[in-house]
Design a protein around this ligand. Sequence first.
Ligand SMILES: NC(=O)c1ccc[n+]([C@@H]2O[C@H](COP(=O)([O-])OP(=O)(O)OC[C@H]3O[C@@H](n4cnc5c(N)ncnc54)[C@H](O)[C@@H]3O)[C@@H](O)[C@H]2O)c1
Length: 265
Amino acid sequence: MGRFDGRVALVTGAGEGIGLEIVRQLVREGAQVLLNDLDGDRASGAAAEIRASGGDCRSFAGDAGDVAVVRIMVAVAVEAWGRLDLAVANAGLTLYGNFFDYEPAALERVLNLNLRGSFFLAQAAACQMRDQGEGGRILLMSSVTGLQAVHHLEAYGMSKAALRMLARGLVHDLSPHGITINSIAPGAILTPRNLQDDPDFENSWGNEIPVQRVGSVEEIAAAALFLLSPEASYITGQTLVVDGGWSVTSPLPGQISYRNQGDPT
Ligand SMILES: NC(=O)c1ccc[n+]([C@@H]2O[C@H](COP(=O)([O-])OP(=O)(O)OC[C@H]3O[C@@H](n4cnc5c(N)ncnc54)[C@H](O)[C@@H]3O)[C@@H](O)[C@H]2O)c1
């Protein structure tokens, strides 16, 4: 028996990276999953790969920042499997930029997918779960950049901080229906996109992190599956930070100096 036998899930932005690994692990543990990606070929290729290994997965190509698309996505999952139990608003856009030159269009793109898309996916999924009357799980994808300032990620970080608050805010509406809402704040995670942006990603980011390495998509997916699982039934409104200790530290200027340390004897 898998933890998610008979459960129907939907994951946005899941053609590669963190979302794809969440889908893989959900399917491995018995869920039926609708895998969304903006890139149709990527979505269908990923879903085909999962079906080839024996899982029940269908693809859905579309923009997770488009409210009409998000609503159709929920309807398609329900049409395919008769219900929806788990929704993961994973799709997010990272647009680096100097604050002094940041364009309104760039800000709008970031907010549109990261906030508008996540908000309305949560709403559409929650309406379906409420009508089913058997509870559910909604998971948002925040980031440590919503907790600490990362230079040139101000717009992105602002959107990720807002997702943390969205998870808190929705407990009033969702709890009476047995629906939990949480978010995950990943640190620096090794994904195809990060490697493309910075081929030396593992070294350049890993060195700044207390555990001395970047995180893996498997580590984020494992945290996601816990929050989506029956075991997390009393956890709601929370953000689980999965970052190797990065966000609890403060960088020091150069080497730590012990010159003022007294002799303990
Ligand atoms: N990778 C990291 O280090 C990291 C760290 C913190 C938070 N996050 C967050 O985790 C989530 C997943 O990150 P990732 O790095 O795996 O993602 P990613 O940037 O690699 O994108 C994953 C997939 O999302 C798809 N996508 C892009 N725009 C979309 C849209 N409008 N609608 C549907 N699909 C779309 C892409 O085609 C891609 O296949 C994001 O919300 C991201 O902000 C990632």
